[in-house]
Design a protein around this ligand. Structure first.
Ligand SMILES: N[C@@H](CCC(=O)N[C@@H](CS)C(=O)NCC(=O)O)C(=O)O
Length: 337
């Protein structure tokens, strides 16, 4: 009897230890910073300036989660990761969340034991070619040398596309984005392929961006979003609802400029969002004003998009399908209620 009791007690300890380990929110709070995995440098998405300050669309998502937890978007430790290093870093607990143009696929959840918290950017894979080659569409690319980054979804998509269309492909895979851009700039490959959003960002790294065109063809679905480890539902919910708060804020017309008005609003949806009605923040393990903190410090989804990659940025990417569902796009967040 005694031995059974001891065994049960030991199992209990193990179980508690297991749960304690999976309590990312407590770890983040105890540390005082959020460890956020980002790309090593992709204009508009995550890039570091000469003063060491990070900015971009993916960086703003890290800031939104830090704002929700700490009411301070600066409490983020950025961990730049190559495409190949990103998932192992998350699995090993070196980061709390990955916010790095990563495509949601079955294998990354089922095999790598990760979970995507949502879709922050609906992307698709495309091709960039020198304008001088007079190529009008992807079906003219047969026999090309195509450069891409290893450890990404891009290689498999390119192989599928060329095979399906019975075109010859010489695929050159390089470990870092700088090597990919250099190989393309030096003419070692005729084509650069990756997610279209990134083609716009990478084009800016070339000596004469205007000498290169992004072809109109989009050959895959690349739903990009933040990623967490499996086994910590509380943390998954915080990351997921931080994204949905950004989207719901835009849908409700709540922005940095209108936040003060929203706090006084008597509209039911707005009251639930700002926390003047209900206890939604507490249900997440955060505070009543969790969503206000996000908008106050980071803005809403539309502000984040326009500032970093949209009309107010050097990338100038149109909102396209990333427009809200209520404005003709497919961005759709479940409601806060
Ligand atoms: N969305 C794709 C591609 C992501 C990716 O890493 N693309 C490269 C483009 S060449 C990149 O962003 N590199 C930036 C970096 O390594 O800092 C995936 O999840 O596999």
């Amino acid at each position: 009897m005694n031995r059974i009791a001891t065994a049960l007690a030991a199992a209990g300890v193990l179980l508690t230890a297991g749960f304690a380990h999976a309590d990312t929110l407590s770890d983040v709070k105890a540390r005082g910073t959020l460890k956020c995995g980002v790309s090593q440098g992709l204009a508009g998405f995550s890039a570091k300036d000469d003063k060491g300050a990070w900015s971009g669309f993916d960086v703003d998502f890290c800031r939104a989660v830090a704002a929700a937890v700490f009411d301070d978007p600066s409490k983020v430790e950025y961990v730049p990761l190559s495409a190949e290093a990103r998932f192992p870093a998350l699995q090993k607990g070196e980061i709390d969340v990955l916010s790095r143009n990563s495509t949601w696929t079955l294998q990354r959840e089922a095999e790598l034991k990760l979970l995507f918290a949502g879709i922050s950017y609906y992307d698709g894979q495309g091709f960039m070619v020198p304008a001088g080659k007079n190529v009008m569409g992807a079906l003219e690319l047969g026999g090309s040398k195509v450069c891409t980054q290893s450890g990404t979804t891009s290689a498999l998509n390119a192989q599928d596309y060329f095979k399906q269309n019975k075109m010859e492909l010489e695929l050159i895979q390089l470990p870092t984005v700088d090597e990919v851009v250099k190989a393309y700039a030096d003419g070692k490959c005729d084509v650069l392929t990756t997610d279209v959003s990134q083609l716009y960002a990478l084009r800016l790294k070339l000596p004469k961006p205007a000498d290169h065109i992004v072809l109109p063809d989009v050959i895959s679905k690349e739903p990009l979003g933040p990623v967490v480890r499996q086994g910590d539902d509380v943390w998954l919910n915080i990351v997921k609802w931080s994204l949905y708060a950004l989207l719901n804020a835009e849908e409700l017309g709540i922005s940095t400029a209108s936040l003060d008005q929203a706090l006084k609003s008597d509209k039911p949806d707005v009251k639930r969002f700002v926390g003047t009605d209900g206890a939604y923040g507490e249900q997440l393990g955060l505070t009543k004003d969790w969503a206000v903190r996000i908008v106050k410090n980071v803005g809403n989804y539309g502000e984040v998009f326009e500032r970093n990659i949209g009309s107010q940025s050097s990338l100038g990417i149109p909102r396209g399908i990333n427009q809200l569902w209520s404005a003709g796009g497919i961005q759709y967040a479940p409601p806060i209620r």
